[in-house]
Design a protein. Structure first.
Length: 531
């Protein structure tokens, strides 16, 4: 089936049939090359249960997995999916009876599964994770710890330098060293044997990590996420980093605890997923050994995985998406959110340009001392300030605030999202104050930044009140000691914009304690100022 030049609003589903679980991602791909997630599902099936003794998929495991795949395929089709892309990983690719299982999926469900190699799996996971990060040219290692294998990639924002797949997985090592039905504590000698086995299988990868000088790591998969959650519950972090991560120090403290407990007690540990309790020791052994051998102090946790890589790989077939991918991650994620909400891009671009002109001219005359970082946040806020129209024009600034606050804006931390959301929140109606910004939990400096930047956004929005792009240039200059002059240039009559600015003089005064005078210049002068 040939991929069309434009997606035309198609719904596509992606199914990842893993050794431990099956995952579903259903998205609507919009004509503007943004996409909207319709559904995400996951079910633990243990397809690789007892497989690694003889490389035979067991009938019960195949039946469980086929049942879940059928339900996921039906769900995808209910959402209108016209295409289902399914990938099989370690458990399927190593099974001697894989063809039997693949025929079962095709005959009973109509599901055509592509069994991918370990190398391709590592590449796709890298795509899925790196697509949401803002790492630029800095090389990082990407680790995905699955049930049957561990995939590793080394790359930066846009290029992968090395990929490999290791036959080291939580189910595989549990079967090999602990026993899948083992319910007692795991002896220390067994844990040490696992680590020794892992070391003997990672010599080549270790050499690559040293060669590339990698010190930053990102980890995906349920096992890594759950280990980070357990460590976070048991050893409270003392830093201000709100992103989920797992330090080697905390993992080293955690592993003896995991080994010392029988299975039923292990299931009651704070933060643990009980369905992973029997596999978590082997998973911890793999991760601890990799961190030690690679010299990693911590692993940043990502909730993206293979299914997300399948999505990025599919979207990359569209030329429009390829162009979008060339933009920096933060710009790309803002544009993606704006397009997903059908935002008026022309108006948003006009408002963003005017906001930055006001910011720059105000900085030149010493009205504020904010820098390029805050300038960037203002630009992103301007791009997103009207996305609340997607829900309703009435109080759309409140809707914009909610959408931004609760979106997955790749490349931004939670504090930055809070600042951007509140700048958008106060671009109209109620004025921001330190008091009404108290619920944000931000420090005083960030609150004052919101007050200043939302004022520039408010004025810029009023300068394009008609959404016609009449005003192309605006600047602030000193008029008198306690007065500032806002001069803006228009191609034709813009009395509506001028009146709107006058109505918002109070916002300027509250932010800067300066009176604002307004001067609108039209005709040839405005034309020449653009040339």
């Amino acid at each position: 089936m040939a991929t069309p030049l434009k997606p035309e609003g198609q719904v596509v589903a992606f199914i990842d049939i893993g050794t431990n679980a099956v995952r579903l991602l259903v998205v609507r791909i919009n004509p503007n090359f943004s996409y909207t997630v319709i559904s995400q599902e996951k079910e633990v099936v243990r397809l690789g249960e007892e497989e690694f003794k003889d490389n035979i998929l067991k009938p019960e495991a195949m039946e469980r997995t086929a049942h879940v795949c059928k339900k996921f395929a039906e769900l995808a089709r209910t959402y209108g999916a016209t295409r289902i892309i399914a990938a099989g990983t370690s458990a399927i690719r190593e099974a001697k009876n894989r063809d039997e299982f693949l025929r079962k999926l095709m005959n009973e469900i109509g599901l055509d599964v592509n069994v991918i190699s370990g190398i391709d799996e590592a590449r796709l996971i890298y795509l899925g994770v790196s697509n949401t990060l803002d790492i630029g040219d800095k090389k990082a290692i990407f680790i995905d710890l699955g049930g049957g294998s561990t995939e590793i990639a080394i790359g930066n924002q846009n290029r992968v330098y090395y990929v490999t797949s290791l036959k080291l997985g939580a189910i595989r090592l549990t079967t090999q060293f602990i026993g899948e039905n083992w319910v007692e504590p795991v002896p220390g000698r067994v844990y040490r044997r696992m680590k020794k086995h892992i070391i003997s299988n990672i010599h080549d990868v270790k050499a690559k990590v040293r060669r590339f000088g990698v010190r930053t790591a990102y980890g995906s998969s349920g096992t890594i996420i759950n280990l980070a959650e357990i460590a976070g519950e048991m050893f409270k972090k003392n830093d201000n980093d709100k992103a989920l991560c797992l330090t080697r120090k905390n993992l080293k403290k955690l592993t003896p605890i995991l080994c010392s407990l029988p299975l039923e007690e292990r299931k009651n540990l704070p933060g643990i997923n009980p369905y992973r309790a029997d596999l978590i020791v082997a998973g911890a052994a793999i991760l601890e050994t990799l961190m030690e051998e690679f010299g990693l102090g911590k692993i940043n946790v990502s909730n993206r995985d293979l299914k997300d890589g399948l999505l990025v790989d599919y979207l990359s077939l569209f030329e429009g998406f390829q162009q979008l991918q060339r933009a920096p991650v933060r710009n790309r994620s803002v544009l993606h959110l704006a397009r997903s909400c059908n935002s008026d891009e022309k108006h948003s671009e006009t408002v963003a340009n005017l906001s930055l002109q006001l910011f720059d001219s105000a900085r030149r005359i010493g009205l504020h001392d904010l820098g390029d970082y805050e300038r960037e946040l203002l630009r992103h806020s301007a791009s997103l300030h009207d996305i609340g129209d997607f829900l309703s024009f009435n109080d759309h600034h409140l809707h914009s605030h909610y959408i931004i606050s609760n979106s997955e804006l790749s490349g931004f931390d939670q504090e930055e999202k809070t600042i951007i959301a509140n700048i958008a929140r106060f671009h109209r109606k109620k004025l921001p104050t330190l008091k009404n910004l108290k619920p944000t939990g931000l420090d005083e400096k960030s609150k004052k930044t919101i007050i200043i930047l939302s004022t520039f956004l408010r004025l810029a929005e009023k300068l394009d009140r008609s959404h016609c792009g009449l005003v192309r240039k605006a600047e602030l200059t000193k008029s008198e000691e306690d007065q500032m002059l806002l001069t803006f240039f228009a191609e034709s009559d813009c009395s509506f914009e001028e009146w709107s600015i006058i109505q918002n003089k109070q916002a300027f005064y509250e932010a800067f304690k300066k009176e604002l005078k307004v001067c609108c210049i039209t005709t040839e002068l405005a034309q020449s100022s653009q040339n």
